[in-house]
Design a protein around this ligand. Structure first.
Ligand code: SF4
Length: 227
């Protein structure tokens, strides 16, 4: 029953597969899988229900639907974008359309499969007219993203674009300065790499080479963390 409920939660969150962890990833000690699974399921149920009914900011009044995320529950890569666009708002999935297809190609280029990553946006509702989300909207939605990261427990975080990068790192530096370096996710300490948003790369393909370098840095960082 718990497995079925967990699958329902993960389906709502856009996740394909759930594999419970039987050891504490920090201490290596055995854990009580049944209680951990129940806690995860409850946390997931709570999260999806809260996001779907959320009215915390003004974007709730203009959205078609919330866009929670898509990918694998066992993902080592957590990819963070800025906010849903018109297509995402219509379809309820992040990174669909031309930018999403380019992102998928970028991830394939470093040999990631759909089992390897989970994608979510900083804010779960579309800002009207594709404007940037305000600081108040990012702050209002931040708890949801943090709880998604905690549930997925990735080994590396890839942040796409200036707005998301500056928000995640609480920085005013340009994307040119933030990319190409190893950062840490402030709340969890998970290694974090910044790169260009695929929508920008569609407009400025000359920077695809730098984005490739960032992806390689992220892949190298992950490999070293697993040694
Ligand atoms: S953007 Fe986030 S905080 Fe604002 S209404 Fe949507 S889910 Fe709630």
């Amino acid at each position: 029953m718990i497995d079925e409920q967990r699958r329902q939660y993960l389906a709502a969150m856009g996740v394909d597969v759930w594999i419970p962890r039987h050891t504490n990833t920090v201490t290596g000690a055995p854990v009580d899988v049944s209680s951990t699974a129940a806690e995860c399921q409850q946390a997931g149920d709570d999260l999806v229900a809260e996001i779907q009914s959320c009215q915390r900011c003004q974007l709730a009044t203009t959205r078609t639907q919330v866009v929670i995320g898509r990918g694998s529950s066992t993902a080592r890569w957590f990819i963070i974008g800025e906010a849903p666009g018109a297509e995402e708002d219509r379809l309820g999935e992040p990174f669909v359309g031309p930018a999403g297809r380019l992102l998928d190609e970028m991830l394939k280029s470093i040999k990631l499969t759909t089992d390897d990553f989970y994608i979510a946006n900083m804010v779960k509702c579309r800002p009207p007219g594709n404007r940037n989300p305000s600081l108040a909207e990012v702050n209002a939605c931040g708890d949801f993203l943090h709880r998604q990261i905690t549930l997925i427990s990735p080994s590396i975080i890839l942040v796409l674009g200036r707005i998301a990068a500056q928000s995640m790192l609480a920085s005013t530096e340009s994307l040119a300065r933030l990319r190409g370096h190893l950062h840490q996710h402030p709340q969890t300490g998970i290694p974090l790499i910044v790169t260009y948003h695929p929508a920008y790369l569609l407009r400025s393909p000359r920077d695809k080479g730098k984005s490739w370098q960032d992806l390689c840095l992220a892949r190298q960082t992950l490999a070293q963390s697993l040694c």
